[in-house]
Design a protein around this ligand. Structure first.
Ligand SMILES: Nc1ncnc2c1ncn2[C@@H]1O[C@H](COP(=O)(O)OP(=O)(O)OP(=O)(O)O)[C@@H](O)[C@H]1O
Length: 530
């Protein structure tokens, strides 16, 4: 899950969503966000769901709810096929893969007779604004459109009744709404259909089989990026059960492209078995050799080569299905170069918060939302090697800005980071732990409000104190002594770091541990208070 978009957990919580919303004429973007935020699962309900563990009945019911809401909006999943959907899952790299794919397709966009005129992209979670999740032609939809479509869905669901009585959340006459992630999924279909999108890329929220996006009926192609152990309370604890869930997006008669599974090669057996069972038309496993060595990628980090290779195959399969002539597509059998449109698409790809470097006012901010062991590994390697290429490792101040609020293995993530980075010539001078609260007055930007975390834990900085303790012990063991700081909010942390420019001409800051931290950080850095 995108990190812990815990709002993707949903199913059987009975909740009355009758929130007061302003009259139609005066509805603003903020009203939409406030209404959307009422659909977030709170900490207690998330804990209750986690305790239930993977439960097939609950999961099936959750997906059937999406079909029902879609029907109430006036759509059949088959209607969405006309948007030519690409569906992508994976444990790591699915967002980047979608971004590469979108950027390649963008090169084939034409305003006249071509098959691609408008490209939709649905991803999660968001960094700065919810609108990032629903993009058209590379840009998040604007506030006006978001508000309009948001309330169209809201009103429709408030005035239609469910024909199904068996779902606890769907009693007739109830005006209940889907929970946060489901709502955004349904909203995205409505937006893309209304806006005339003709190629759409969908990133799965969690897993695949029971994910809200899996009402997709006949994608042009599906993709699976690197698999790993994550979201075990929903997907099971073994790589087999996780792979089974992810391969749930395979569809009869549709081709599937899968990244070579370097971390868990055994998952390929499950993938092949499921491909046969579910009747995919062609299964391809791609490795980074598909990428000519001279290709320049817009996204940093060696691991992106594998994601880019997957994206190339996804885009090529999609374009071929849409009737783009072979002369304009890669010739994988006979050539080890790519058409210019592919090369441009790959080099122009942008995806914030993943191995992103921002140099501003004497500070180098190295930003990555890594929040699994594998991604902490790749992100910290990227940080270390990029600092090392920019200047001598022992020059300047090195600072870590870290948080991981919701994951049980937060301490392990921090330990992994420590092991990867710390060495005699490379150690952090300051280590800062904050909550994900955006501003020093205790407020979040509305788009960043999170009900997923325990208020008590946040108020008392329980997790941050634990993390600082973990770091101290590791420092003791290794004979280091970095300065630890605990701050209640991101803004205070950033201001503290900025104050250190007087002490050193070079400051390298690694911002890591959570996409929520990264989103709040980017808002603070750009001072985008709402
Ligand atoms: N192929 C990969 N192998 C290992 N780690 C990766 C890979 N691709 C991305 N990552 C790591 O995962 C982070 C998130 O990348 P990305 O958004 O592409 O993945 P995702 O699957 O969408 O993750 P999430 O669901 O958490 O958003 C990156 O910042 C990087 O640290």
């Amino acid at each position: 899950m995108s990190e812990s978009d815990n709002n993707k957990l949903t199913p059987t919580i009975i909740k009355d969503m009758r929130v007061p919303t302003p009259s139609t004429a005066s509805r603003t973007y903020k009203d939409a966000i406030n209404a959307l935020n009422t659909l977030q699962s709170n900490f207690a309900s998330i804990e209750a769901i986690k305790k239930l563990g993977p439960d097939v009945n609950k999961n099936e019911m959750s997906l059937r709810e999406v079909y029902e809401y879609t029907r109430r909006l006036g759509y059949q999943p088959k209607d969405f096929n006309r948007m030519n959907l690409i569906h992508v899952t994976g444990t790591k790299g699915k967002g980047s893969t979608c971004a590469f794919t979108e950027s390649i397709l963008n090169q084939y966009k034409s305003s006249n007779a071509g098959p691609i005129n408008k490209i939709g992209l649905f991803t999660s979670p968001h960094l700065k604004t919810v609108r990032e999740r629903i993009r058209i032609n590379g840009s998040p939809i604007n506030e006006l459109k978001f508000t309009k479509y948001f309330f169209e869905v809201w009103d429709k669901l408030s005035t239609t009744e469910s024909s199904v009585t068996e779902f606890p959340t769907l009693q007739p006459s109830n005006v209940v709404k889907p929970m946060y992630f489901k709502y955004l999924t349904i909203l995205s279909f409505h937006v893309f259909m209304s806006e005339g999108v003709d190629s759409a890329i969908y990133e799965v929220g969690v897993g695949g089989q029971y994910d809200s996006t899996n009402i997709i009926d006949a994608p042009t192609v599906v993709g699976i990026s690197s698999l790993g152990i994550d979201h075990t309370f929903m997907l099971g604890t073994t790589i087999d059960s996780i792979t089974w869930n992810k391969t749930g997006i395979f569809k009869k008669g549709c081709p599937a492209v899968v990244s070579d599974q370097l971390e868990y090669p055994e998952s390929l057996e499950v993938i092949k078995k499921r491909a046969t069972e579910l009747g995919v038309s062609r299964l391809e496993i791609v490795d980074s050799n598909y990428l000519p060595s001279n290709v320049k990628l817009g996204l940093a980090g060696d691991f992106q080569r594998l994601n880019a290779a997957l994206a190339i195959k996804l885009a090529a399969t999609h374009l071929q299905k849409l009737g783009v002539p072979p002369s304009e597509l890669p010739d994988f059998d006979n050539s080890n170069t790519l058409p210019d449109k592919f090369l441009n698409g790959l080099s122009e790809t942008q995806w914030s918060g993943r191995c992103q470097l921002i140099e501003r006012e004497g500070i180098n901010w190295y930003i990555d939302g890594a929040h699994t062991l594998e991604s902490i590994n790749v992100a910290s390697n990227w940080f270390k090697s990029t600092v090392n290429t920019n200047h001598q490792p022992n020059k300047g101040l090195k600072i870590l800005l870290f948080n991981q609020q919701n994951r049980e293995n937060a301490n392990d993530l921090l330990k992994k980071l420590y092991e990867n980075i710390s060495s005699t010539e490379f150690k952090f001078d300051h280590v800062i732990f904050t909550t994900n609260i955006t501003w020093s007055d205790g407020n979040y930007n509305s788009d960043l409000v999170s009900l997923n975390s325990s208020k008590e834990q946040v108020d008392k900085l329980i997790i941050q104190k634990e993390l600082a303790e973990v770091w101290s012990k590791l420092d003791q063991k290794n004979g280091y002594n970095s300065r630890k700081h605990i701050f209640h909010d991101i803004e205070t942390g950033v201001n503290f770091i900025k104050s250190l420019t007087n002490d050193s001409p070079i400051i390298d800051v690694f911002v890591c541990g959570s996409l929520h931290l990264v989103g709040g950080f980017l808002v603070v850095l750009d001072n985008e208070r709402d």
